[in-house]
Every structure is written in C-alpha cells, then in structure tokens.
Ligand binder design. Structure first.
Ligand code: NAD
Ligand code: MG
Length: 394
C-alpha cells in the first residue's frame, strides 16, 4: 500500500488521478489533497477519499473550509493553509508518491521539496521543471527520488525508452525524439484573424480536456515549447535532437528514433488517465479506466511540420533553451503573466508572443545555478512582462 499526496487535487490532472486511485484501493491510500481556492471540489474529494490532510492555499477560503470539515463525517481531517503547507504535506513520512499537478510556478517549491525528500514524483507540473532546470534534475539525482513523467508526450517517450532507463540520463542508442502536438484549435485558422480570438475559443481544445492555462498554451503552442525544454531535461538531449511533429488525431503521444532506424511510438486514446496509471503502477501496469483504442475508427494518421510564423511561441522556446541559463525561467514567467492577461481580456491572443519576446529581449542568459537565482529571474521577468502589458494596453 502506497501513500499518495496530490498537489493540485481539484484540477484536471488531480481529478483524473483520483479517478485512477479509486480503481485501486488496495494499492493507493490518499494521505493529502491540496487546492488553491476551489473548496467546494476539495470538500467533495475529502468526503470521497478521506485523506489525513487537506491544504487550502488561498487564505480567504480557509476558515469556511475548516468549518465545513469540522461539521462533516470526516472531521478528523487535518486542515492546513498557506503555501508552506504544500511542502509540509509533500514530504510527510507516510507519503511515498507525490502527484505534482499544480499549474505554473506555484508548484515549484513543493515539487522540489518532494524531490529532495526522495519521494516518487509524478511530474505533471512542467512549468516547475522548465523554470528550475538542472537544479530540479540534480535534486532528483542527489536524493535518489524516482521521477516519472505524466505529461502524455514525456510519458510516451519514457515508455519507448530502453528497459531500465532512468530519466535524466542519455539513452545512447536513441538519436532523436519526435515530440507530437495536436496543433491546437487554431492550426487552420487564417493567421490574420488570430488577433481577435477570444479566451473561450482558445481554451476549446479539439482533443484534450484540460485546465485553462495549459489550454491557452496549447493554442499558442507554447505548451509544445515548454515540453521541448521539459524533454531536453528529462531525457538529456539537445534541442536539435527533438523534432516537433503536428499530429492532429493525438493518437501517437510521441516517438523515439533509434540508431538502427527503428522508431518506437506509444499510442492510445487521448485521456490523461493512461499516463497517470502508467506512472502509478510503474514498473507494473494496471487498469486506468480508459477505453481500448479503436484503430479502425482512427483509420488514418497525419503528420505535419509546425509553422513557426503561425506559432512564434514555439520559436521563442527553442531560442530560450538554446540560450540556456535563466532564459527558460524568463520564458515561462513571461508566458504565465501574458496568458493570465489574455484570459482576463486585457491583451489580444497574438500579444502573448509579443510580451514574451519583448520580455526575453531584456534579459541575458545569466547563470541559473541556484534556486535563489532562478526565483529572482522569475520575479524579475514577471515585473518586466507586466510593464510591457501596460504599454500594450495604453
Ligand atoms: P488546472 O488549472 O485544472 O488545475 C490546477 C490545480 O492547481 C488546481 O488544483 C488548483 O487549485 C491548483 N493551483 C492553482 N494555483 C495554485 C497556487 N497558486 N497554489 C496552490 N495551488 C494552486 O490545471 P491542469 O490542467 O490540471 O494542469 C496542472 C499541471 O499539469 C500544469 O502544469 C499542466 O501544464 C500539467 N499538465 C496538464 C495536462 C492536462 O491534461 N490537464 C496534461 C499535461 C500536463
Ligand atoms: Mg503534453
């Protein structure tokens, strides 16, 4: 029996994780669940899964949540608050596995704490890895933590790696990764109309049902840019060894190309419960609740090269990882600020790339060799991006 802590339990990945957990009550016990402010969802999850701890980060929601738990049949749940509590529950003695499913930079410190504590870290929170890079990978290797990718592409690549492969190492006979992308909702939209797309249009993803931030990232293809950086770190490859392939059916979740010409692909219906169950059962396998793939219904699969004019965010991510140092941190921070401004209808969809590019232009690829430097670059880039937004809105 393994104890699991789910950081970001109320989000899209968190909900899918609890769905898989509920199928395997003999294998997993929920020790801690965390949420930012969605206390209605967290309360229902507490009733269903009866964790030992529940964390509410948003201070304004804590008192009400505590009252509701105190009056409930699960009144023995310990309710903690604030962002430090995330690190506390991620490192509890009886937690073996931490699902890192907070969105954005807010997930970095608890995910890093879990890695330093030697936990099995199921990594969905790609922003945490992109912003901290080698620091995170070093923490994993120093502590002996087990790092398993949840992002469907990286989980697919991991499944296509040789037996015994450990993330962070070079798979010698693998020469290239083919990182697949759906292309998002605007793959065929005339480029000149992209400036007028609304947040609702941008979050309506054709193949995946996800949180709002990652859905916008998919529409700009910054999601693939972050995943490119994530793949360089997880699989110790150069950016030029990773080729982004648009595959609109989202059946192949990525491929590994070996020196003998073999290309291994992992396929399945686009449902995050597959990579989640894969990582939870690893190195075994168990049921995820995902329907078997109907290959006859799929019929055929298409592959295209991405158009970097249509998707400038993907070009910016290549530039950030090639420059190195703090540039991936800057890219991620500026993107988080730009996406938030777009979702709040303060800037246009096409401004997202403009804000990131102008932000990056104000930084040099300085050393990102310590957590302090990374956190400083993150804060600085957020400020720069906010200032750029002011000039766009004025
Ligand atoms: P989501 O928006 O649905 O959920 C985010 C979760 O994080 C929620 O539980 C929320 O309460 C919590 N959270 C948000 N801000 C917080 C803060 N400041 N402090 C503490 N908790 C906070 O997001 P999601 O779609 O589930 O994505 C989560 C992560 O997984 C992201 O990094 C995303 O890139 C990655 N991911 C998601 C998918 C997917 O299919 N949804 C696929 C691959 C990777
Ligand atoms: Mg992905």
């Amino acid at each position: 029996m393994k104890g699991i802590c789910i950081l970001g339990a109320t989000g899209s990945i968190g909900v899918s994780t609890l769905d898989v957990v509920a199928r395997h009550p003999d294998k997993y016990q929920v020790v801690a669940l965390t949420a930012n402010g969605n206390i209605d969802a967290l309360y229902e999850q507490c009733l269903a899964h009866h964790p030992e701890y529940a964390v509410v980060v948003m201070e304004s929601k804590v008192a009400e949540f505590k009252q509701r738990i105190a009056a409930s049949p699960v009144a023995d749940i310990k309710v903690l608050s604030g962002s430090e509590a995330l690190q506390q529950v991620a490192t509890l003695e009886n937690v073996d596995t931490v699902m890192a499913a907070i969105v954005g930079a807010a997930g970095l410190l608890p995910t890093l704490a879990a890695a330093k504590a030697g936990k099995t870290v199921l990594l969905a929170n790609k922003e945490a890895l992109v912003m901290s890079g080698q620091i995170f990978m070093q923490a994993v290797s120093d502590s002996g933590a087990v790092l398993l990718p949840i992002d469907s592409e990286h989980n697919a690549i991991f499944q296509c790696m040789p037996a015994g492969y450990t993330p962070g190492h070079t798979a010698k006979q693998a020469r290239r990764i083919l990182l697949t992308a759906s292309g998002g909702p605007f793959r065929r939209t005339p480029i000149e109309t992209l400036s007028s797309v609304t947040p609702d249009q941008a979050v309506a993803h054709p193949k995946w049902d996800m949180g709002r931030k990652i859905s916008v990232d998919s529409a700009t293809m910054m999601n693939k840019g972050l995943e490119l950086i994530e793949a360089c770190l997880l699989f110790n490859m150069e950016p030029d060894q990773i080729e982004v392939v648009i595959h609109p059916q989202s059946i192949i979740h990525s491929m590994v190309d070996y020196v003998d010409g073999s290309v291994l692909a992992q396929m399945g219906n686009p449902d995050m419960r597959t990579p989640i169950a894969h990582a939870m059962a690893w190195p075994e396998r168990f049921d995820s609740g995902v329907a078997p793939l109907d290959i006859f219904e799929v019929g055929h699969m298409d592959f295209e090269k991405p158009d970097l004019k249509r998707f400038p965010c993907l070009r910016l991510a290549y530039e950030a990882i090639k420059s190195g140092g703090i540039m991936p941190t800057v890219l991620n921070a500026a993107n988080e600020i730009a996406v938030e401004a777009f979702l709040n209808e303060e800037v246009k969809f096409t401004d997202i790339a403009v804000i990131i590019e102008r932000s990056m232009a104000q930084f040099k690829p300085d050393d990102a060799g310590s957590l302090e430097l990374v956190l400083q670059a993150d804060q600085d880039a957020r400020e720069v991006a906010r200032d750029i937004i002011k000039t766009l809105v004025a």
